[in-house]
Design a protein around this ligand. Sequence first.
Ligand code: BMA
Length: 328
Amino acid sequence: MPLKIVAEPIRNLPWQDKPAGCPDVVWRYDANPIIDRRPLPQTTGIYNSAVIPFQGAFIGVFRTEYKDRMPHLHLGRSPDGIRWTFEPKEIEFSCPDPEIARREYGYDPRLVRIGDDYYVLWCNGYHGPTIGLARTRDFVHFEQMENAVLPYNRNGVLFPRKVGGKYAMLSRPSDTGHTPFGDIFYSESPDLVHWGRHRHVMARGNGWWQDKKIGAGPCPIETSEGWLLFYHGVANTCNGFVYSTGAALLDLDEPWKVRYRTNQAILMPEAPYELTGFVPNVVFPTSSLIDGPTGRIALYCGAADTVTSLAFCQADELITFMKANSLV
Ligand code: BMA
C-alpha cells in the first residue's frame, strides 16, 4: 500500500533533489547555512528553531543568543522557507499569572498547529528548565499558558492532533545542566494544563551515537504507517558531546510503542558549519515541513549552536530505510 501522509500540500516547500550518487537517506541543502550567526545586530547565534507554513508563506519562532549568550525567542518570516527576516524585539507573551510570566530564559522552540491554533513549546526557565507553552492564532498575540511539567525537562513536542481523545506530548525529563542522561516519554492531557498517564517511549543507548541522551525533534508527522519522529541522539566522547539525528516510527494509537527506530544516525555532524561554532559537532533537528501529496520533507536543524541549516528527505524512502535498519 502506498504511504499516506496526513499533511496539507505546501506548493512553495523549500526543496532540492538528492544529488546524484548521494548514498544517504537525508541530504543537505547545498547553500547551507540558510541563516547565518548575526541576522540581527545583537545576535551571535540563531539555531534550534521552529518554522511552520502560515498564510501561504512561512513563519517561525527562533532561538537567538545575544552577546551575553542568553537565549531569546524572536519571530521570523520567510516567503520561501530559506530567506528569513526577523523581528528585532523578542516575542512578548501575555500571561495573566505573574508567577508563570516570570521567564528566566527561553530556548529550543517547537511549533505545531492544532485546528485553528498554533502552539509554541520551548525550554522555559522556571527554577530550572521546564516546558513552556503558548498559543497564538495570528503570530501577533501570544498567550502564555501553564508550564506543562515540573522542572527539569526539555524537548517538549506536541502531537498535531489529539490521540485517544487527549492532547499528546513527548518530553525528556532531565537535570538542571547539560544532562548526561535522558529518554523520551509520552504524556497526555484533556486541556493542555493537566498532564498525566506518562509512558516511556524510547531509551538512550543502542549504539554509541545516542548513548547519553535522546530528545524529540520536530512535532511528529502522521503517516499511514505511524507517527514519523525525528529525534536527536547524543554521544559522550572523550572530547565532549556530539549531537546527531535519528528517526523513529511510533504507533498511531499508542504512540509510546515504537514500531521502528533507526539503528544509526541519519545525519551526523560532518559539514563545516556543524563541526565548528559555539558548540562544535551539533546537528540538531527541531522543525520540519512536509508536502502531504509528495511526501517531501524539509528538515530544519540547528548547527553547532550557531547557525540554522536545511536538509531534505522523502518520507517513503526514509520509512523503507528505517524498516531495513531498525533497532526494534
Ligand atoms: C539543546 C540545548 C542547547 C545545546 C543543544 C545542542 O538541547 O540544550 O543548549 O547546546 O542541545 O544544540
